[in-house]
Design a protein around this ligand. Structure first.
Ligand code: RP5
Length: 163
């Protein structure tokens, strides 16, 4: 870990069409004042871009990667194959199989190369950002405090009785 510079979260997605879901990662990280970058990288359409990106993760001070993709969603797994930094995969809902294809592609990694797989779609994107915050909170007191207070306000927002 580079102690002089805070880690950032890197949000990557396979296509512009994934952004309507993946922008929820950005929103959640902004709420927690966590630094991030956002990029489009396709495992299939831009493999050289993928390789260059994943080879420079440490140099670019990326602490956690959130990778969202749909269909034959190889992006998170291929990034995880090239870096030992934690990779969180968000299965984006696909047109044909409603994201079941994305979920299985991302979750069924062979032993030795893990990807932390979240839920399909919006919930997965938000939880990926919260999990990234949780990982970084091990090294960063400010993030830990922000995350704790975010969780407390969520708890307080749950009413005891229905109206
Ligand atoms: C995947 O194919 C992307 O992650 C996206 O979810 C899906 C469809 O991509 P587009 O055809 O919309 O570019 O690679």
């Amino acid at each position: 870990m580079n102690k002089n510079k805070a880690f950032k979260v890197s949000i990557v997605m396979g296509s512009q069409s994934d952004y309507k879901i993946m922008k929820l990662c950005e929103k959640t990280l902004k709420n927690l004042s966590i630094k991030f970058e956002t990029k489009i990288i396709s495992a299939h359409r831009t493999p050289k871009r993928l390789y260059e990106y994943a080879s420079n993760v440490k140099k670019n001070n990326i602490g956690v990667i959130i990778a969202g993709a749909g269909g034959s969603a190889h992006l998170p797994g291929m990034i995880a194959a090239l870096t030992s930094r934690p990779v969180l995969g968000v299965p984006v809902e696909s047109k044909k199989l409603k994201g079941l294809d994305s979920l299985l592609s991302i979750s069924q990694m062979p032993r030795g190369i893990p990807v932390g797989t979240l839920a399909i779609g919006e919930d997965g994107a938000i939880n990926a950002a919260l999990l990234a915050a949780s990982i970084l909170s091990n090294y960063n007191q400010k993030i830990r405090n922000k995350l704790e207070s975010w969780r407390l306000s969520q708890t307080k927002s749950v009413k005891r009785y229905p109206k």
